[in-house]
Design a protein around this ligand. Structure first.
Ligand code: SF4
Length: 413
């Protein structure tokens, strides 16, 4: 079991990280969902304050690199005005990944977007939850199973069109909630983590780092008189065991709750249930550069639509009328997005490497791009190129391609 002796140092938009190429800021995007206005603001921040690109992270968040030392306050001001920084105190705690295209295709059982919004609102309204570590992850899966295997600390998964089930650090509990109380269940689980961490006098960043974390948190959820927010009646409704057993009888079943992670991103045109079309584009090396950002700004402004960033370094442009799909796809492709799921880019991720990270032994992005261009990838299947053993941003299930200073070493994955 990992033992921590310090708080995590995950960067945020205010609490930036000093990298070799300047300040690095990470912007949390709960559920990966960005409005047209937020896309416009982020693209302008990238162009005017950073190195021109937005980087996608393995948790569906965004990073800006190369910020001047004086830029973070201006970045925070712009993000705050656009609703991307609702609470400075909670900025690194808002790590929520949600099913991609939820509510737009019929692969899921329900639309989890309202759950994400309610959870995020509850999080930033609660001063206690500002203490959640930056590594603490919440996933909300609509039943399609795309994000449930991402190794979240608190994972909600739809089990019917009206209910979700709670999994803690990969262990399924017997706790379920009606979908209208799903956010309260996740908030209660986050509280239980902080309370148990204090009880164990631990500095754990993740539920799995606590002694018997999933079981102790489940026990707390069952017995904690606080329960999820709301009236006593609501609390009774919010937590329920399958089959309507009384709350006091609920206990952790200890069943494995995780499923294999999805390591290869879907890509291409996806028909929505409302007759519109979503384009899912892979973002090579996770960098959304100026030309693509320009198209995203234009399209979302024209249609008043959203963009969803995914944990697989791809972006979704939904709600496209059929007659616009080809033109938008062509423009995005010219900007650098890839719509072919069979492309090698669907298999390749990389850390920042040189010159952005002083710890790196190589310019891993340039080397990975060269290997893709020349058809000389050193391994078949999902692979993560990294400049040192920290392997930042490595998706679960990927094979390591690790810089040694003399070349690359292939890891077991
Ligand atoms: S894996 Fe190592 S080289 Fe790559 S970004 Fe992380 S610390 Fe830097």
């Amino acid at each position: 079991m990992t033992t921590r002796d310090r708080s995590d140092a995950c960067p945020g938009a205010v609490q930036t990280h000093r990298a070799a190429d300047g300040q690095l800021a990470r912007v949390r995007v709960p559920g990966g969902l960005l409005s047209a206005d937020q896309v416009r603001v982020l693209a302008a921040c990238a162009a005017e304050l950073a190195d021109g690109a937005l980087e996608l992270t393995s948790r569906g968040n965004l990073q800006l690199r190369g910020l001047a030392d004086h830029a973070p306050p201006e970045l925070a001001r712009r993000l705050s005005a656009a609703g991307l920084l609702p609470s400075e105190a909670h900025e690194t705690a808002r790590n929520v990944v949600a099913s991609v295209l939820s509510g737009r295709t019929d692969d899921g059982l329900l639309d989890v977007r309202p759950v994400v919004r309610a959870f995020d609102a509850g999080l930033v309204a609660d001063p206690v939850l500002a203490a959640l570590p930056g590594r603490f992850l919440v996933t909300v899966d609509d039943g399609r199973g795309d994000v449930h295997g991402l190794g979240a600390d608190v994972a909600l998964r739809a089990v019917s069109t009206t209910a979700v089930e709670l999994t803690l650090a990969g262990v399924a509990t017997d706790l379920t909630a009606p979908v209208e109380h799903a956010h309260s269940l996740a908030l209660a689980a986050a509280h239980a983590f902080l309370a148990e961490r204090e009880a164990q006098q631990s500095q754990a960043w993740r539920v799995s780092e606590l002694d018997d974390g999933p079981r102790t948190l489940t026990d707390r959820l069952v017995r904690d008189e606080r329960g999820p927010a709301g009236s006593p009646e609501e609390r009774t409704d919010a937590l329920a065991a399958p089959g309507g057993r009384p709350l006091a009888a609920v206990s952790s079943g200890g069943r494995p709750g995780a499923q294999p992670p999805l390591v290869v991103a879907p890509a291409g045109a996806v028909p929505q249930t409302d007759g519109l079309v979503a384009l899912v584009g892979l973002v090579p090396l996770g960098r959304l550069t100026g030309p693509v950002l320009e198209v995203l700004v234009q399209v979302t402004a024209a249609l008043g639509s959203e963009v969803q960033v995914t944990p697989w370094r791809s972006v979704v442009v939904p709600d496209l009328p059929d007659e616009f799909v080809d033109d938008v796809a062509t423009a995005l492709h010219h900007g650098g997005l890839v719509f072919d799921a069979a492309s090698p880019w669907a298999q390749v991720t990389a850390c920042a490497g040189l010159p952005g990270c002083a710890k790196s032994r190589a310019d891993v992005r340039a080397d990975a791009a060269r290997a893709v261009a020349t058809g000389t990838l050193p391994v078949v299947g999902p692979q993560h190129w990294a400049g040192c053993e920290r392997r930042c941003g490595r998706p679960a299930g990927s094979t390591d391609v690790l810089a040694t200073g003399r070349g690359y070493e292939i890891g077991a994955g």
